[in-house]
Design a binder for this molecule. Structure first.
Ligand code: AMP
Ligand code: MG
Length: 426
């Protein structure tokens, strides 16, 4: 590299920065410093959707609750199956779902039965209706049937006392249904994490305020509101705070008293960073400040009192990328969930990808399936960290390793699909 004659400072245009952590190092530090929230609460079953179970759930009933039939046919006693030749049985009644046959079945008799209906006392075997001859109130059967066939035992799926759900399990519609099938109207869930956030910047205007030259509408509060709500946090929006040390200190202090997690955006670039750093050092600890990634390098993580602190960059795309890659796993851990599976797919890039070695990059891409069924991805035009429309157009990040340089069209690259946190499930 050509030696410059100027005595300059590191800038965000530099690619390699020795003070930056890798994503893996940063994630490991975050995980090591977070303990799941211990508080639990009771909620009505429907309200448990999207929550995390705070205690294991065991069944108080057998599922199925009764011995029942796996076929439409006839319930009989196995002793009535002929060793050879044909036997005739008298059909003495029926057992349908919700309308069982209530008397014991006696020798030489059969009961018409439907799938799922209770097998009458005394009966132990089901004859499929296709395998008998029915005439009037009689059936004729041969010796092909096995003792005990097509009978489902009570508790075969879940027995009384079986643990069916673990602590830390996320409640999806399937879990709701399972809990309902066990007759459980209320469940213990973890308290939701309280997350307070504010935006910093003299140029930021809330919606409804007039933009003066150089002003921008505060969009980060809205993307953060959306992502935090989707993840299931209790959201505390503390608005815009101007770039003034006293105002910032007061906001940090207030936020840390209200919440488990404090998130700010902006105020980490050169100049502003100096007094943000000074305030944070006074009020808490900062564990790291930079990650070797693009966008999003100036990402601070620390503690403000007991609250966790994430100082996200101001640029709207950087906010979303750093939230997705770091705040999301941190909140999951705080919520008591296991780390999410991070699935990277391989796709062929249809155009060249511009990149310089030195940092991992999360370029915005549109993944689609080519006519031959293989996956193709194209980058969404300009990759500037202020271009929020790139997040709207994309459905994935194209993840390019630190060492990777320019990527020629036609190469296989790794893509990370959005999981519904930053865009809907499609
Ligand atoms: P900063 O990190 O404060 O230097 O901000 C970097 C860039 O992001 C600047 O162009 C800011 O105007 C912009 N920015 C910062 N905060 C927000 C916000 N809340 N909404 C939209 N843009 C923002
Ligand atoms: Mg700023």
């Amino acid at each position: 590299m050509q030696q410059s004659l100027l005595n300059t400072q590191p800038s965000c245009d530099d690619d390699f920065d020795p003070a930056s952590l890798t994503c893996e190092e940063a994630l490991a530090q975050i995980s090591a410093r977070i303990q799941p929230i211990a508080d639990v609460e009771q909620v009505a079953l429907r309200n448990a959707l999207g929550r995390v179970l705070g205690a294991p759930v065991s069944s108080r009933i057998n599922v199925p609750g009764h011995v029942n039939s796996a076929m439409d046919g006839y319930a009989i006693r196995a002793v009535d199956i002929p060793a050879e030749g044909i036997n005739s049985l008298k059909v003495v009644g029926s057992s349908f779902a919700g309308r069982p046959f209530l008397e014991p079945l006696v020798a030489g008799c059969a009961v018409r039965i439907m799938t799922g209906a209770v097998v009458p006392e005394g009966a132990d075997t089901i004859l499929p209706q296709e395998q008998v001859e029915a005439a009037g109130d009689e059936i004729r059967l041969d010796g092909r049937h096995k003792h005990g066939q097509h009978v489902r035992a009570a508790g075969e799926d879940i027995a009384i006392g079986d643990q069916v759900l673990r602590k830390g399990q996320f409640v999806n519609p399937a879990e709701l249904g399972l809990l309902a099938s066990l007759g459980i109207p209320e469940v213990t869930v973890m308290r939701r994490p309280r997350v307070a956030f504010f935006s910093t910047g003299d140029e930021l205007r809330s919606l409804g305020e007039t933009l003066r030259p150089g002003d921008v509408h505060d969009s980060n509060r809205y993307t953060l509101h959306g992502m935090l709500t989707r993840i299931g946090a209790e959201v505390i929006d503390l608005g815009v705070v101007v770039d003034d040390p006293e105002a910032l200190a007061a906001a940090f202090e207030r936020a840390s008293q209200l919440a488990d997690v404090v998130i700010t955006s902006g105020g980490v670039s050169v100049g502003e960073a100096d007094y943000t750093r000074e305030i944070l050092t006074r009020l808490g600890q900062v564990h790291f400040r930079k990650i070797a990634m693009k966008p999003g390098r100036p990402l601070a993580f620390g503690h403000l009192g007991n609250a966790l602190f994430f100082g996200l960059p101001g640029n709207p795309v950087s906010v979303m990328v750093t939230f997705y890659e770091f705040v999301q796993p941190a909140l999951r851990r705080l919520m008591g969930l296991e780390p999410a599976l991070r699935i990277l797919l391989k796709a062929r890039t249809v155009s060249e990808l511009k990149k310089r070695p030195g940092r991992i990059e999360f370029q915005r891409g549109v993944l689609h399936q080519a006519a031959d069924g293989t996956l193709e991805v194209r980058p969404t035009g300009d990759q500037g960290s202020g271009i929020l429309s790139s997040m709207v157009q994309s459905n994935c990040f194209i993840v390019l390793d630190m060492e990777t340089g320019k990527v020629p069209a036609g190469s296989l690259v790794e893509v990370e699909l959005f999981n519904g946190l930053v865009q809907g499930f499609c």
